[in-house]
Design a protein around this ligand. Structure first.
Ligand code: A3P
Length: 323
């Protein structure tokens, strides 16, 4: 029989009350530390539920990222590739991505638990395609010890990630305007969502090296430079490689075209209205801003950039990872 669960915030109330807290200049941006990682308070109940309750099924595909690293795009690309038999990407105007925001096609596990919608996760047909902003260390063992779960991580050059985040938060109805220095310093003082970000990145990076069948590590900049190769990589990784016939029919191009920044941004569903499925309401258009590499040059001085680069290079030293 189905067990009715309380929404995660109620269920974990006591555990949450005991977590270390960091204030922010914006009252609705408080951070809590769970399992050595700083999360936006509103995401914590769902994150705890992910850790304690999410039961991976064979073949589940889990997309993972820090916020503002290309999550929305990865959702679109992975969904279009994984569901291509049911929804051919070049098939007129019937594709779900033409009428649904990518966040509605591929849910965040945390958001789903937070909303008390665990039943939806359980009812989704296999293989499930879901997303998380949690670090590898918070994923449940049913995911990390599975031999058939697939994790795809996307990272992005942090200066661009910060600029993207600043714009995003400033479009948030609840967060009001955030001083630029606060977002810039969030890397240094560990208040960026998912901090420390180097541990978030290295957790997945290291696993992509030791368990390359289970973890695929992508970079936003590389996907942007060569989307075709990366879509092919994604399809192969999830065990659905493109056949020669599909390649000849141009299906990879169709997926890239469907998920192209300008294409998605221009759609009614992504350009008008408010997106309510995340933990706070955000204008739908805020997921699609500029979609370029190197926009940070328009916001910070070369000195600020250099200091950030050096600080991070130190954190990644010896890991084999660089941006
Ligand atoms: P910018 O703010 O730099 O434009 P996330 O999806 O993780 O929130 O990341 C958002 C960033 O990805 C934004 O970056 C957004 O414009 C960009 N983005 C969204 N859809 C994209 C797409 N289809 N192609 C390339 N970039 C995309």
């Amino acid at each position: 029989a189905a067990v009715t669960r309380q929404p995660a915030a109620e269920e974990y109330r006591d555990a949450i009350a005991a977590l270390p807290l960091k204030q922010s200049s914006t009252p609705s941006r408080r951070l809590l530390q769970y399992k050595s990682t700083w999360f936006l308070e509103q995401w914590v109940p769902g994150t705890i539920a992910l850790h304690r309750r999410f039961e991976a099924r064979a073949g589940d595909i889990i997309l993972a990222s820090l916020p503002k690293c290309g999550t929305t795009w990865l959702k679109a690309l992975a969904f279009a590739a994984a569901a291509r038999a049911r929804y051919p990407p070049g098939d007129g105007d019937r594709h779900p991505l033409l009428r649904l925001n990518p966040h509605d096609c591929v849910p965040f596990v945390e958001v789903t638990y937070n909303a008390g919608e665990e039943a939806k996760l359980n009812a989704a047909p296999s293989p499930r395609l879901v997303t998380t902003h949690a670090p590898y260390s918070v994923l449940p063992t049913s995911v990390t010890e599975s031999s058939s779960c697939k994790i795809i991580y996307i990272c992005r050059e942090p200066k661009d990630m910060l600029i993207s985040c600043w714009h995003f938060l400033n479009k948030h109805s609840k967060y009001n305007t955030m001083p630029f220095s606060e977002i810039w310093n969030s890397i240094y003082n560990g208040t960026y969502y998912g901090s420390p970000i180097w541990e978030h990145i290295l957790g997945y990076w290291n696993m992509s090296k030791t368990k390359s069948d289970s973890v695929l590590f992508l970079k936003y900049e590389e996907v942007l430079r060569d989307p075709m190769t990366n879509v092919e990589k994604i399809a192969e990784f999830i065990g659905q490689p493109f056949s020669d016939a599909e390649k000849e029919a141009g299906i990879i191009e169709s997926i890239v075209k469907l998920c192209n920044f300008e294409n998605l941004k221009a759609l009614g569903v992504n350009s008008k209205g408010i997106h309510q499925k995340l933990i706070a309401e955000v204008p739908s258009e805020s997921f699609f801003r500029k979609g370029v590499v190197g926009d940070w040059v328009n916001y910070v001085t070369p000195d600020m950039a250099e200091r950030m680069d050096e600080f991070l290079a130190e954190k990644f030293r010896g890991s084999g990872f660089s941006f």
